[in-house]
Design a protein. Sequence first.
Length: 612
Amino acid sequence: MNGVYGFVDCVFPEPREVVHAMLGPGHGPAVATADTGVTHALAATGWPQATALFARDHCVVAVHGHPYWEERGSRQTTVSAIAPRVLQAYAERGEAALQSLHGDFAIALLDPRRNHALLAVDRMSVHNLVYAELRDGFAFAPSSDALARIPGVVPQLDPQQVFNYLYFHMVPGPATIYRGWRRVPPGHVVAYSKGRVEVRPHWRPVFTVGTEADFQSRKREFRAALEDGVRIAVDAQACGAFLSGGTDSSTIAGLVGQVTGVPAKTFSIGFDAAGYDEMDFARTASRHFGTEQHEYYVTPSDVVAALPRIAEAYDQPFGNASAIPTYYCARLAREHGVKRILGGDGGDELYGGNARYARQQVFARYDVIPEPLRRAVIEPLARSLRHTDRIALLRKARSYIAQASQPMPERYESYNLLERLGLATVFTQDFLHSVDPLVPHGHMRSLWDSTPDDALINRMLALDFHLTLADNDLPKVTRMCELAGVDVAFPMLHDPVIDVSMGLPADYKLRGTTLRWFFKESLKDFLPAQIITKEKHGFGLPVGAWLQSHPPLRALASDALAGLRGRHIVRPEFLDRLVNHHLDEHPGYYGVMVWILMVLELWFRRGNRAGP
């Protein structure tokens, strides 16, 4: 896996052999190692334009990603030139040097004389860094798999994180699936010094609205930031763009052509399933911007062929089914000569584009009613109406009150599969005794409370910087692109684009229940009208429908769930009902549960990973 690897304050007979073991087979196209000593080593692997290592005065730094260095009005975008600047600036002003480092990055800096290491990732953690305190010393890598290859290190599966995976469909950071192994949180530094580890932020999302909210000036600032982000992301080598037909990918595709003067190569995925295919919108954007469009329709057979390999590619179970189309789209780009592809991820979470934001705004109106009236009259009355489900209006009113009366952010998960099904229905008693079911709520609460902002939309955005971007969408895209053999960059996460979002009034992001008001108004003279007005859809895979209609996929699922029985996590009778009854009753809803359980078992199987 591409990234930075190393250790410090360790005693290994052959440090160079240890760090090469961490890299493992099939690492990236460029590898650099330097200054391997008795107690330390550092390596960087990845695309040559995105990876550098530099040593000076007994210190060494590795940089991976697409950073740029901006200081006193000058900008440096070449990673090989940035690495020595990081080292020099750190020597002069310590961690404050990171204020000059922008873009997406993972860095590791070692000072072996002081048994010191510094790790850092960018604002949204585009690049992963896992670290662990060993019996002697400190080690880090882009994945837990790499740490597990260190001689004498035996990872211990954490049942709590298995539960968290089944709750969130991924393992939320900074935890990993293994006990004691952590990830560097978005916008944070991890410092190790002589056996002591400290974690602290180098950037926090702070929403600050200026005294003037002049739309035209904000629009110019936003458009300039977007164009600058695309210009930095576009490399001299062959570059393309994902094109789903949504506002984000369409904007990036159009700006690539504007910045380079050459129509972008765009790549789109379709599904031959009613309600899931959005290829027509991708074609609309392609025609509008005159892109060189390439398309691929993912089939159930593609899922069967790719899923075991994709489950293996992640260092912990990862249940986002849209990893499948992402992989095939990136592979299509590679087949057409693209070496770097641009993704549109981040626009929803920065500018208010997810449908749940509008839904939560509707629920928030309930809070306007005085609390005594809610608690003493409305909610008891709603509970008394539980036998009136046949009356649609009363059923909807009771459902609204039940959800609106929950606090945020717990209300976010009111439709969670485990919450709806009931934990005792899904899990074995022994597994439930080994975990704390309240941990997911506590995790969301800690993230929610870390952003003290009065605006509901801003707090939801800040929560999703972690749960949606850092833990879900970005690992999905970065890992699948690497598996397909292409580099990926995200212009929507360009620091100035983030900064514009931080300074907008809340109702510029969510105006009533209108999503992305400012974003769409700023781009309505650039994007096709059909793209501006289309409803938010996403990049979903028709899992449930295909599990019903495609026998080989259903057989793969049945085999995986049969294997999961022996791990004593999920009740066998629930697995039987899930496959034989629930899936046919509501394939779209229960298909997701089948998928995340299937991925869990496939992840356990591949690479002989330790399982319960």
